[in-house]
Design a protein. Structure first.
Length: 278
């Protein structure tokens, strides 16, 4: 078993606060994560005008527009995130929610792209993403095999390396809906790596996913689950993240090679206990 790639999903849990984003990056670094991930949206594209003008009380005002604008980072802020992650030697990338945001992220020459589950049926977006031929994590929530088949064919046709991620798009997700058996099913169907993007509060499903050969784990992180934000309740705090990564890092050492032989030290024990062979 190879090392599992651990993604700390900051998403919008920074609440539009660069200082808070840096604290979350620090948390991911302390916990030995491989990358942090954000979300990038062009709100005028992603949301309709009527929705943007609708009432939504938040720390930024009383409209949905004010909330969404408050949660988006500017180029200057992403410049600082890029610099901060390089200084702290951790990869960062983001799930773009529209083609304009994807082009915005191009400027940073990031190592990875991410396709959020919601974007799986946006064919133009998938084509644009795959055309970059950059390693792409593709979440598979709110989909079926027909939808995934189309997405995979686009990436294969563009010769773009990818990794599917089993996911259930319920926030937070009850454990009985997780259907982790699909990790192997998806891997067998598409002959590719399959990771797990979890939205449940507990740690055990992510650990089970690695035991089922998930190649990557993505979990939302937060400083405090009680903070403002739609994803906070489905996130894990630092103590949980540290425990999760610590366990996940042990798997390559304990997974073994599936061959049944005497292990080191067993012959001595067998000689002592199997009295009838003396």
């Amino acid at each position: 078993m190879k090392k599992v790639f651990v993604i700390a999903e900051i998403g919008i849990n920074h609440n539009g606060d660069l200082a808070l984003a840096k604290k979350l990056i620090d948390m991911a670094v302390r916990c030995n994560c491989d990358a942090v991930k954000f979300q990038k949206r062009s709100i005028e594209i992603v949301y309709k005008e009527e929705e943007l003008n609708s009432y939504r009380e938040s720390p930024w005002g009383k409209t949905f527009r004010e909330q969404k604008e408050g949660l988006e980072f500017s180029k200057n802020e992403y410049d600082e995130i890029n610099k901060y992650c390089k200084t702290n030697k951790i990869e960062w990338f983001a799930s773009a929610w529209d083609i304009q945001s994807l082009k915005f992220l191009d400027a940073y020459n990031l190592k990875y792209n991410k396709v959020a589950s919601a974007m799986l049926t946006h064919i133009d977006f998938l084509e644009e993403t795959a055309s970059r031929e950059k390693y792409t994590f593709i979440s598979t929530g709110m989909s079926n095999y027909e939808i995934i088949d189309k997405a995979v064919s686009i990436f294969k046709n563009k010769n773009c390396p990818f990794e599917l991620m089993h996911s259930v798009s319920v926030y937070p997700c009850p454990e009985e809906l997780l259907n982790l058996h699909l990790i192997k099913k998806i891997a067998d169907r598409y002959k590719c790596k399959v990771g797990y993007s979890g939205h449940e509060p507990s740690l055990s499903p992510s650990i089970f996913a690695v035991a089922l050969n998930a190649s990557s784990i993505e979990r939302h992180i937060t400083l405090d689950r009680s903070m403002y934000g739609s994803d906070q309740a489905a996130s894990i705090e630092e103590s949980g993240l540290r425990e999760l990564v610590s366990i996940v890092r042990k798997f390559p050492h304990i997974y073994g090679n599936a061959e049944k032989n005497f292990m080191e030290g067993e012959e001595k024990v067998a000689k002592k206990l199997r009295y009838w062979e003396k």
